[in-house]
Design a binder for this molecule. Structure first.
Ligand code: IPE
Ligand code: IPE
Ligand code: MG
Length: 243
């Protein structure tokens, strides 16, 4: 995006991205699906750095859903290996993260993820906790329904202990129990791959998000496509129920 364009547009504060289409990208090239996931991970690296350079404050990458465990074992284990490699790399490139001011945060269930991945994620979260340029939410083992359930359980505990009166439960109380607690809702959710659905992504937070569906596969997604999505976002008239 040129400096001039950047000056004249409103950047979404929070962008959600459903990184979809890796398998089809690979298939169309006669490659194994797993090759698509490797290519998709490289796109993630590029887009994450580019978003920070643009000045985006929050970005959530949907990388693995609570439903994706039903895929063949080989595919799941390759995806886990990609996470391991990426987390090692992110933990090692601390100076670069520091420079860009990236704060990493897991938005997903730790329970169910391999212990070493949880530990690498925890290290990354801890070491980047004081950065404040862009928050990068990694939605790994994430499901929107699971996230709401998580919050409901927190509330039930508080009601049980007498800390919260059931008649006084507010939307804020539900928000506090989400993995994105304290963050603004996504202004824009991008889904490449030609599918027109959320697939359980941020279903609470997406109440007033602008959806941008794109007909390309995630590994082919470029910074230029992010620019296009942001420009399209600027043409939308957000009313939030008002006039
Ligand atoms: C998204 O790409 C990555 C994950 C869900 C982990 P897909 O693997 O869903 O790719 P398609 O949709 O089959 O092409
Ligand atoms: C959504 O994509 C999950 C991620 C991109 C991580 P899926 O490929 O799992 O979604 P469906 O099955 O097409 O709805
Ligand atoms: Mg898919």
């Amino acid at each position: 995006m040129t400096e001039e364009t950047l000056k004249n547009i409103t950047l979404p504060k929070h962008i959600g991205i459903i990184m979809d289409g890796n398998g089809r990208w690979a298939k169309s090239r006669g490659l194994e699906r797993t090759e698509g996931h490797k290519a998709g991970a490289n796109t993630f690296r590029t887009i994450c750095d580019y978003a920070a350079d643009l000045g985006i404050e929050y970005i959530t990458f949907y990388a693995f859903s609570t439903e994706n465990w039903k895929r063949p074992h080989k595919e799941v284990s390759t995806i886990m290996k990609i996470f391991r490699d990426y987390l090692d790399e992110a933990n090692e490139r601390e100076a670069e993260n520091e420079k860009r001011g990236l704060r990493f945060h897991l938005t997903g269930e730790k329970k169910g993820l391999p212990a070493d991945i949880v530990s690498k994620l925890t290290t990354l979260e801890k070491n980047s906790a004081d950065k404040d340029v862009m928050t990068v939410n990694l939605a790994i083992n994430y499901g929107g329904r699971d996230e709401i359930l998580h919050s409901v359980k927190d509330i039930a505990q508080k009601v049980k202990s007498g800390e919260l009166n059931p008649d006084k439960i507010t939307e804020d109380d539900i928000e506090k129990g989400l993995f994105t607690a304290g963050q603004p809702d996504p202004d824009m959710i991008i889904r490449p791959s030609g599918e027109y659905r959320l697939s359980n992504f941020m279903i609470w937070q997406a109440a007033y998000s602008e959806f941008i569906f794109m007909d390309i596969m995630w590994p082919d997604f470029t910074p230029d496509d992010l620019d296009k999505a942001i420009i399209e976002f600027n043409k939308r008239n957000r009313r939030f129920g008002g006039v």
